[in-house]
Design a protein around this ligand. Sequence first.
Ligand code: FES
Length: 143
Amino acid sequence: MAMGYSDAVMDHFINPRNVGKMENADGVGKVGNARCGDIMKIYLRVEDSIITDVKFNTFGCASAIATSSMATELIKGKPIDDALALTNQAVVDALDGLPSVKIHCSVLAEEAIKAAVKDYYDRHGIEYDPALFAGLGKEHEEE
Ligand code: FES
């Protein structure tokens, strides 16, 4: 078993869900991992405060791709506010774990989703507590 990856990680790496771009997304988040230089971008479609579609592009390692894929599955169909509550640990648990040296990769998915939700709030004039996004990398962009 390569580096101790679970079957779920291998499945989501080899056959990632929700890969791609989205035209006219309602929220876009882009973050980079300072440790490895990998980049992740998440697109959200939101209707009546529900995430009806989500896509991701990840320029990164197997763990980053697997966690992005699982994270998008976990937030799809959920209220937008619930996406903020998704932790990287929840994504790792859903993947039956990651090797400890790869845990930092899962943080990318959590941060990209948070950045996309923030972008959605910003674009729609929705007020929020800035503390929710404290520590989030600045590298997210309008599109
Ligand atoms: Fe960069 Fe995994 S090594 S995200």
